[in-house]
Design a protein around this ligand. Structure first.
Ligand SMILES: Cc1cc2nc3c(=O)[nH]c(=O)nc-3n(C[C@H](O)[C@H](O)[C@H](O)COP(=O)(O)O)c2cc1C
Length: 153
């Protein structure tokens, strides 16, 4: 799984369960554990930023998944510099993000232990660097980055 970082307001968490679900309009689907503080923030603010950090930043990205914004200011605790998003009102994104998708989100009714949110892309920014050394989540506590790439012609 390609690990993203989901920011809502000034809180953030690593997110493995995300996927694009429409090109026109451009939309992502996000699965959020009902125990996460992020769920409350998504419902309250209706916006989020899905961003991608380079492999070199993996330690704090993953660590933020073992802390809750309910109890700590993760940016302060982990020493992560944030900047305002371009189109969102209340959300900040990490300065070191290589690609950012800014989303307007709406909850998609479902009854699993994860709540589903459809995110409509309002703004995209990114550099080709974002594709070079992604943080890949292998499950449990294991991670990897790319070893080999290939273009189909
Ligand atoms: C590698 C990794 C991937 C994760 N993927 C998800 C995910 O897809 N959905 C989710 O709800 N939580 C996921 N989590 C758990 C949240 O990041 C974690 O519960 C976090 O502490 C929630 O923070 P919050 O309480 O500030 O919202 C993941 C955690 C890790 C370490």
């Amino acid at each position: 799984m390609h690990l993203a970082l989901l920011s809502v307001g000034r809180n953030f968490m690593p997110l493995a369960w995300w996927t694009p679900v429409s090109k026109e309009p451009f939309r992502f689907l996000l699965a959020i554990d009902r125990k996460n503080h992020t769920l409350f923030l998504l419902r309250e603010l209706g916006e989020a930023a899905l961003s991608f950090l380079p492999w070199e930043e993996r330690a704090w990205v993953v660590r933020s998944g073992y802390l809750s914004g309910r109890r700590v200011d993760k940016a302060e605790k982990l020493g992560v510099a944030l900047r305002p998003a371009q189109k969102l009102q209340k959300t900040l994104v990490p300065e070191k993000a290589l690609a950012v998708f800014e989303l307007k989100v709406e909850e998609w009714p479902s009854d699993g232990d994860h709540a589903l949110f459809l995110g409509e892309v309002l703004h995209v920014e990114g550099s080709p660097e974002a594709r070079r050394r992604p943080i890949l989540f292998l499950g449990f506590r294991d991670f990897a980055t790319l070893g080999e790439t290939w273009r189909h012609r």
